[in-house]
Design a protein around this ligand. Sequence first.
Ligand code: C2E
Ligand code: MG
Ligand code: MG
Ligand code: MG
Length: 286
Amino acid sequence: RAKATGKNKYFIYNKDLQIAFEKRMKIEKNLRGAMDNNEFFLYFQPQMDILDGRITGFEALLRWQNPELGFVPPLDFIGIAEETHLIIPIGQWVLKNACMFLKKLNDMGYRDMMIAVNVSILQLLQENFVDMVLNTIEESGLKPEQVELEITESILVESYQTIRTRLLQLKEAGVKIALDDFGKGSSSLSSLKQLPINTLKIDKSFVDSISTGQIGESFIDTIVMMGRKMGLVVLAEGVEKKEQIEYLIKRKCHRAQGYFISKPMPEDQAIVLCRDWSNPLVKETV
Ligand code: C2E
Ligand code: MG
Ligand code: MG
Ligand code: MG
C-alpha cells in the first residue's frame, strides 16, 4: 500500500512539474512579444501620510494582459523577465510611463507627489543604469526628488559595492530610494546603515500580525523607532484593516499603503482619487 501511494505521488508530482514547465514556457514565449504588442500597462496604488491624511504619491505596479494567457500577475512573470533579461527594456518602459503619469498629475495641479517604481537588481547592474534613470526623469519633466526607486533586500546580497555606488550617484542627483519588503529578507542592519535609503517599507507580513500576534507588533514598533532614528520615512505595506492603521498611527509610522486605503488602479481612476480625496478615515481615527 505504501508503495502504491508512493508511486501515485510520484506520478502526480511529475505531472505538476510538467504543467508548471509548460506554463513557464508559454509565459516566456509570450513575454518576448509583449512589449511590441503593447500588452503592458501600469496600475497605481496611493501611498498615504497617515499622520496628516495626505496622499504623498503612488507606487507604479506592472500589469500584463496577454491574448493567449489572459491576465498574468507580476509574481508569475517578473522572475522569468529577469532570467531572460527582458526586465531591462520592460523596467525602462515602466519608469518612463510611471514618470509620465506623475507629470500628468503635476500638470493638473497635484504637485507635491512622488512616484515609486520597483527596480530589479538586474537593472541596477546595467552599466548605464544611473544615466538611464536620470535621462528618463529629465525627459519626463519631473524633478529627480519626485521619483523613488524601490529595491528589495535580496539586492543587497549581490554586488554590494556596485549597487551602493550607483545608489549614491542617484541620491546625489536627488532620486529617492526605498527598501521594499523590509524584514522579509535577510539583510543586516549594517548594510541598511551604509546604503543611501530614504524610505523603509515594512513588509506586509508584519502588518498582518497587528491584532493577531504580539510578536509581529513588536517588530513593527522596533522598525518604526529605528527608521525614525535614522531619519527615514517609514511606510507600512499591505494595510487592509482599520485597526492596523490605528495601530500604525499610534506608533508614529509615517505612511501606509494597502487595500484599506485603496487597491492599485488604472490611471484615470487614480486621477479621480486625487480629485475626490478628502480622507475621512484618518480624521476619524486620530
Ligand atoms: P511590491 O513592490 O512589494 O508591491 C506590493 C504588492 O502588494 C503589489 O502586488 C500590490 O498590489 C500588493 N498589495 C498592495 N496592498 C495590498 C493589500 O492591502 N493586501 C494585499 N494582499 N496585497 C496588497 P503586485 O502588483 O501583484 O506586485 C507584486 C510584486 O511584483 C511587487 O511587490 C514587486 O516586487 C513586483 N513588481 C510589480 N511591478 C513591478 C515592476 O514594474 N518592476 C519590478 N521589477 N517588479 C515589479
Ligand atoms: Mg514595491
Ligand atoms: Mg513590497
Ligand atoms: Mg513584494
